[in-house]
Write a protein that binds this ligand. Structure first.
Ligand code: NAI
Ligand code: MG
Length: 497
């Protein structure tokens, strides 16, 4: 356990971290020695290399985790919690370099996205550090002559498979509760965003015993799949696509282990005719996550706006998105960075072409891609608003994961509620109205894991987060998430006769 808070520039940092996993307290190369490039999506330039993990690396990491977990679980829960709070202090002290590394490897703008995300990580460790003492059981009035109680026990080794869209926050939501509850973790980072998560694991290893928190980089089928299949992995927590979520559910069924799946969304935003329009417009901008290029599972990608105000609404949203600056993710002036990868870029473009081709559709392309020659190969996509796409169109039904939203008119409340719920997904929903009656009714009838009225904030430590329908299984970010998803409940009966 080192005790210095080292500061490095992101270039040195990327170089030093390149080609490594972090297993059993240290940076290690892949067993095969192979690596793959990490690319800055704003320029196409290589910024470093990631270790190319395979089953052999998974085996080393899981064995180290299983060994370390035994001692970790014996530590008093609040002692573990205090270590997590110490991790938070170090994460906070290093948040800027983590944020810059994230901006560099993902194209997420430093001021609007990467820095706030790096801060949430520390917050999440504080939250779960404080909750470690709440791993309580119950006594049960089963019989006067039998002392009957329940006890929360860690599962053992937790496999955590990450996406690239908010990799730091989503990793924290997974590993902080898992560790607080006495589990060891083996993380598999997203192939598009391996470095900032690796740095976080390195930092928390300054505090935690070796082997408790490990991370591998690598591709899904080669590195993620063997992690899910490993016999010593007792739980898998995943955020990503529905397709991979289904694969993980099938693989977990073979082992009969619990899983948490946070999958996609197509979140409706309903703007009633009595809504405070300026607040709703601001909510549309933040809700659609334009600053993250719409690469969010809760993105308000279906906006249902009352027909009497739709033109003003579209005009105001367009004006504000037009005023946003697209550019170098590391520039403080930049509001909007890039799409993560060429594959996602193609995917987003194909949905835009699909919408555009539809007869009667009006396509608004907003803001402007940077013209500087340094960004010629940058994966910049102008935010798009579609007017005239119906709720039954593929563009309104499938998750695009890009800066593309459909603004759809409606006439009355019952009709819009039906359309909002007419989706395969059920992650989040918002309604904007001054009527308490309508707001209350909507909170009861909108089919989503998170319903907000007159605001649209992102997931927060302390609030249960997770969807219904195709949006996934289980909750994250709350006390219940730690208790229900990272512990087993044992019932103990002591016969006193
Ligand atoms: P993905 O689900 O393929 O990848 C997410 C993670 O799963 C990555 O770490 C990947 O390596 C891993 N993975 C892939 N195949 C695996 C397997 N067979 N076994 C174990 N792990 C595996 O998602 P991808 O390809 O990055 O993005 C595709 C689409 O998924 C996006 O366009 C978006 O619609 C959705 N998505 C949703 C996210 C969310 O926040 N709910 C996050 C990322 C993607
Ligand atoms: Mg994939």
């Amino acid at each position: 356990m080192a005790d210095t808070l080292q500061k490095e520039t992101e270039k040195d940092l990327a170089k030093r971290l390149s080609g490594h996993h972090f297993i059993d307290g240290r940076l290690v190369a892949a067993v095969s020695g192979e690596t793959f490039p990490v690319v800055n999506p704003a320029t196409g330039a290589e910024i470093g290399q990631a270790a190319n993990g395979t089953e052999a690396d998974v085996n080393v990491a899981v064995e180290a985790a299983a060994k370390a977990q035994k001692e970790w679980a014996k530590m008093p829960a609040r002692a573990r919690g205090k270590l997590l709070i110490e991790c938070a202090a170090r994460l906070q002290a290093n948040a800027e370099e983590i944020a810059r590394l994230l901006a560099w490897e993902t194209g997420k703008a430093i001021r609007t996205e990467s820095r706030p995300e790096a801060m949430v990580v520390a917050d999440c460790f504080v939250f779960y550090g404080g909750l470690a003492g709440e791993l309580k059981g119950e006594t049960v009035p089963f019989s006067p002559t039998m002392l009957t109680l329940t006890q929360r026990e860690p599962i053992g080794v937790v496999g955590a498979i990450l996406p690239w869209n908010a990799p730091l926050m989503l990793m924290a939501f997974k590993i902080a509760p898992a560790l607080a509850a006495g589990n060891a973790v083996v993380v598999k980072s997203a192939e598009e965003a391996p470095l900032a998560t690796l740095r976080i694991i390195e930092i928390i290893n300054e505090v935690l015993p070796a082997g408790v928190a490990n991370i591998l980089s690598g591709f899904g089928p080669e590195c993620g799949a063997p992690l899910v299949a490993h016999p010593k992995v007792g739980k898998v927590t995943f955020t990503g696509s529905v397709e991979t979520g289904r694969y993980i559910a099938r693989a977990a069924a073979e082992k009969l282990i619990p899983i948490t799946l946070e999958l996609g969304g197509k979140s409706p935003m309903i703007v009633m005719d009595d809504a405070d329009l300026d607040k709703a417009v601001a909510g549309a901008i933040s809700g659609m996550r334009f600053t993250r290029q719409g690469q969010s599972c809760t993105a308000a990608s279906r906006m249902f706006v009352h027909e009497s105000i739709i033109d003003t609404f579209v005009q105001k949203v367009s004006e504000q998105v037009n005023a946003m600056k697209m550019g170098d993710p590391l520039d403080e002036e930049t509001d909007i960075g890039t799409i993560i990868s060429p594959a996602q870029f193609e995917r987003v473009q194909s949905y835009i072409s699909l919408g555009e081709r539809e007869a009667g559709v009006e396509t608004l392309r907003l803001s402007a891609v940077p013209t500087d020659s340094a960004f010629q190969k940058g994966l910049f996509v102008q935010p798009v608003i579609f007017k005239g796409i119906g709720n039954d169109h593929r563009v309104a039904r499938e998750e695009i994961f890009g800066p593309v939203t459909c603004i759809i008119p409606f006439k009355n409340y019952e009709e819009v509620l039906e359309q909002a719920n007419d989706s395969d997904f059920g992650l989040a929903a918002t309604i904007w109205t001054k009527s308490l009656k309508v707001a209350m009714d909507a909170t009861q009838r909108l089919q989503a894991g998170l319903v907000q009225v007159n605001q649209n904030i992102v997931a927060q430590p302390g609030l249960s987060y997770g969807g219904i329908k195709q949006s996934g299984l289980g909750k994250e970010a709350s006390l219940e998430a730690m208790l229900d998803h990272f512990t087993h409940k044992k019932t103990i009966i002591i016969n006193l006769d």
